[in-house]
Design a protein around this ligand. Structure first.
Ligand code: PHE
Length: 340
């Protein structure tokens, strides 16, 4: 019987030496083969029944010694195998700390937003009230109260996005003048900034863009004051050397009306491709408030005078940053936005 014990011992030692100690499953198989319920050592103990009472204690002792030995060896092997497995895992998922990091992308404010904030600052510092108005207007606010006749071309389906017969996406911010004068009595100093919508699209016109509307009403307001304020505005936004020019124009809600031009920022007024050789760039319309508009909002046109202006904020951003296409401002192309 004892020879059987040494046979099992030898067999175990041999098999252990042949086992791949980095393979956890192989080590577990070895454990099951010797120490499992149906393992070889369990078999040895079961065989004890056939032994005489004198033989039993010694045999039991030897089997238990072997069992302790095998258990120890397997424990050891298991530890080695799990270390090896961990090593393999680490190699497979190795972190290369010499690789450059991904870094953070820094955001920046949108060029239109910057201009908007600057415009608000500029007028707020002069005591203007800042309004936003609404994107949807009725015929009264967008046209009628602004003295725009029923057959005016801007009322055409081709130019205006109508939502119903009486409601539309506002084509300009001038309706804010009416809302404001209905709610406030003179003296008035207000600017309103917001989106406007027109059926229009080419390199310098988009179906949606932003305007800044201004309105000043009091007893002694003159066109000269409008000119002075616009000249100040041009210097603030286009530099100390910027000049302004008022070109006679027509708007139903101002009389007289003018188109406001600023000396070309690309050539300093000398004339270039961008300003089509004229040396000037248009940034908006303006004029003295037409008395008919005052009548529509019950302001005494004998007593009060005023001026109004409307600039394209997109136009100002394009001029300032030399942006060739208006659509770039709203297309959310990161390559474009990252430049600001
Ligand atoms: N509303 C005019 C436009 O969109 C601009 C303007 C505003 C003209 C105020 C005169 C006075 O073209």
């Amino acid at each position: 019987m004892q020879s059987k014990i040494s046979e099992v011992k030898e067999q175990f030692e041999k098999e252990l030496s042949q086992t791949d100690l980095s393979d956890e499953q192989a080590v577990e198989n070895l454990r099951l083969k010797y120490l499992g319920k149906k393992g070889l050592l369990t078999d040895l103990l079961k065989g004890m029944g056939t032994l005489s009472a004198e033989e039993k204690p010694l045999f039991g002792k030897l089997v238990n010694e072997l069992k302790a030995e095998v258990t120890d060896a397997i424990e050891n092997a298991k530890e080695k195998a799990s270390e090896a497995a961990m090593g393999k895992k680490l190699i497979a998922s190795r972190l290369d700390i010499s690789l450059p990091g991904e870094g953070y992308k820094h955001g920046s404010t949108h060029p239109l937003y910057d201009i908007r904030e600057e415009v608000i600052d500029f007028f707020a510092n002069m005591g203007f009230h800042v309004d936003l108005g609404r994107d949807i207007e009725t015929d009264w606010y967008n046209f009628e109260a602004l003295n725009t006749p029923k057959d005016h071309p801007s009322r055409d389906m081709q130019d205006t996005f109508y939502l119903s017969q009486n409601a539309m996406l506002r084509t300009h911010t001038s309706g804010t003048q009416i809302h404001y004068m209905e709610a406030h009595k003179p003296p008035i100093r207000m600017v309103a900034l917001g989106h406007v919508f027109r059926v229009d699209a080419d390199a310098t016109h988009a179906p949606m863009f932003q305007q800044c509307e201004g309105l000043v009403v009091d007893e002694t307001i003159t066109f000269a004051q409008l000119k002075g304020m616009m000249a100040l505005f041009a210097k603030k936004f286009f530099g100390e050397n910027a000049k302004t020019r008022f070109r006679p124009s027509f708007f139903p809600f101002t009389e007289p009306s003018a188109e406001l031009d600023v000396s070309c920022v690309f050539c300093d007024g000398k004339g270039c491709r961008r300003c089509k050789g004229t040396g000037w760039m248009e940034i908006g319309g303006c004029g003295s408030v037409d008395p008919a508009v005052f009548e529509n909002v019950s302001i005494d046109s004998e007593k009060y005078t005023g001026f109004a202006f409307g600039f394209g904020l997109d136009r100002i951003a394009m001029l300032r940053h030399h942006i060739p296409e208006i659509s770039l401002l709203t297309s959310n192309d990161q390559r474009f936005l990252e430049q600001f």
